[in-house]
Design a protein around this ligand. Structure first.
Ligand code: HEM
Length: 410
């Protein structure tokens, strides 16, 4: 257990304080409106939202901002229990040596070169999922594809039994509701419960691997972690849980949105079908235009002057990549979806920055590229019947359903 570097305090600086209602159905419009005049706004939950790309870039390198440890759950009144522990023992919210110890065991496994070797396997998994419904001429894509591929991939990688996928994905979606500023009080107890289930699930898996090691990732992780003696049992548990959570929901939402956006811009869908070399750019543009992860969090340990607007020490900061990726100072016509614009494919802002930059970035890209590759190759005649509603403007965003149809050619 670590001491929190700074206890978060309510934002008290002289800025507009935005409420949930102001984001409504079109958070991009709200961001656009405020981004024009303010580099940062306050949020009624007790944090501030940094809105512009250049500021997010320098703030994520500034040593006066740290990962927020247990600041976020404390702000929501959660001061103990499994959700609180995930922030206390996980890598995402840790600083310094604790962060290094918790992240290091996974760096090699998730390195871009190691992940590249998985590309053909991931492609086959995507093709198998598509084969299961291709002859039907219609599909609800969220449930029948986007929820399944990331779960299958993370299960294969970590060595989780495939039969466990429906249960653990349900718990993951309940937990990720907690990691947004829009969380409702009743969702907190659902998330607590789900985290308790995930804890029990991963604990049983790790116990089993300890008793009977196999040639899989979990067994190797346990052996290496036990040898190094750097992680406590709770730290081991929570790093695996965080990988399962982070590797499941973000990629699911992104896989839905990239297909939706391309089908809504039919000429660009057709271009991708005719030229698969456009796929990485299409994935990058979809992640910019309608990101699955809208922000990442930090806490200030000193006062920060953002172009004359003071963010006091101890403020929880939500660095809004969702706003920054539509920043008109960086992107021409930011509200236009265009796969030919140059979005950085290597250092894409959606994956965060600095020491905490997403460890699963290479894997996520491959999953998204291979899903799109498999789908455009198998069903170029795909049509969008019902577009998903995408909700949320912080943390992991949510989608409902997306119905697709096509004419079956035999
Ligand atoms: C489109 C998909 C994804 C997006 C948009 C995304 C985005 C992010 C963001 C914004 C962060 C926080 C970065 C920061 O605080 O600077 C993060 C961290 C992380 N992500 Fe991802 N992610 C995705 C997929 C994945 C996958 C597939 C995995 C693993 C299997 C993963 C594992 C992690 C982990 C473990 C962290 C914590 C890293 C640390 O604190 O050192 N992510 N991700």
């Amino acid at each position: 257990m670590q001491a929190n570097p700074v206890q978060p305090i309510p934002v008290r600086f002289d800025l507009p304080v935005l409420t949930e209602a102001q984001f409504g159905d079109d958070p991009h419009a709200t961001f656009r409106l405020y981004r024009a005049n303010y580099p940062v706004v306050a949020h009624h939950a007790g944090t501030c939202l940094v809105l512009r790309q250049a500021d997010i870039e320098w703030l994520s390198k500034d040593p006066r901002l740290l990962a927020s440890e247990t600041g976020f759950p404390r702000m929501l009144g959660v001061t103990e229990g499994p959700l609180f522990d995930a922030f206390d023992y996980g890598m995402l919210t840790a600083n310094g040596d604790a962060h290094r110890r918790r992240r290091a065991p996974f760096s090699r496994t998730f390195a871009a070169r190691a992940m590249a070797g998985l590309r053909p396997v991931i492609r086959r998994s995507a093709e198998r999922l598509i084969e299961a419904w291709r002859a039907a001429g219609h599909v609800e894509f969220v449930e029948q594809f986007a929820s399944r591929l990331p779960a299958v991939v993370i299960s294969d990688l970590l060595g989780l039994p495939q039969r466990d996928i429906p249960a653990f994905t349900r718990h993951v979606y309940d937990v990720t509701r907690f990691v947004t500023l829009s969380v409702q009080p009743e969702e907190i107890s659902v998330a607590e419960d789900a985290m308790r289930h995930l804890l029990g699930y991963v604990e049983a898996l790790l116990d089993e691997r300890r008793r009977q090691p196999r040639g899989d990732f979990l067994s190797a992780f346990l052996a290496a972690a036990d040898d190094a003696g750097e992680l406590s049992p709770l730290e081991m548990l929570f790093q695996i849980i965080i990988l399962i959570i982070a590797g499941t929901d973000t990629t699911r939402v992104a896989a839905v949105m990239q297909v939706c956006l391309l089908l809504q811009h039919r000429e660009q869908w057709t271009e991708v079908c005719l030229d698969p070399a456009l796929i990485p750019a299409a994935v990058a543009e979809a992640l910019r235009y309608e990101p699955s992860a809208a922000s990442f969090g930090r806490v200030t340990i000193e006062d920060i002057d953002l172009q004359g607007f003071m963010i006091p020490a101890g403020t929880l900061c939500t660095l809004s990549t969702m706003s920054a990726m539509r920043d008109e100072r960086v992107y021409a016509n930011p509200d236009v979806f265009d796969i030919h614009r140059v979005v950085p494919t290597r250092l894409h802002p959606v994956f965060g920055a600095g020491a905490h930059r997403c460890i699963g970035e290479a894997l996520a890209r491959i999953e998204l590229e291979e899903s799109l590759g498999a789908l455009t190759a198998a069903i170029p005649q795909l049509r969008l019947e019902t577009a998903p509603v995408i909700r949320g403007y912080t943390g992991i965003r949510r989608v409902d359903r997306m119905d697709l149809s096509w004419t079956v050619c035999f």
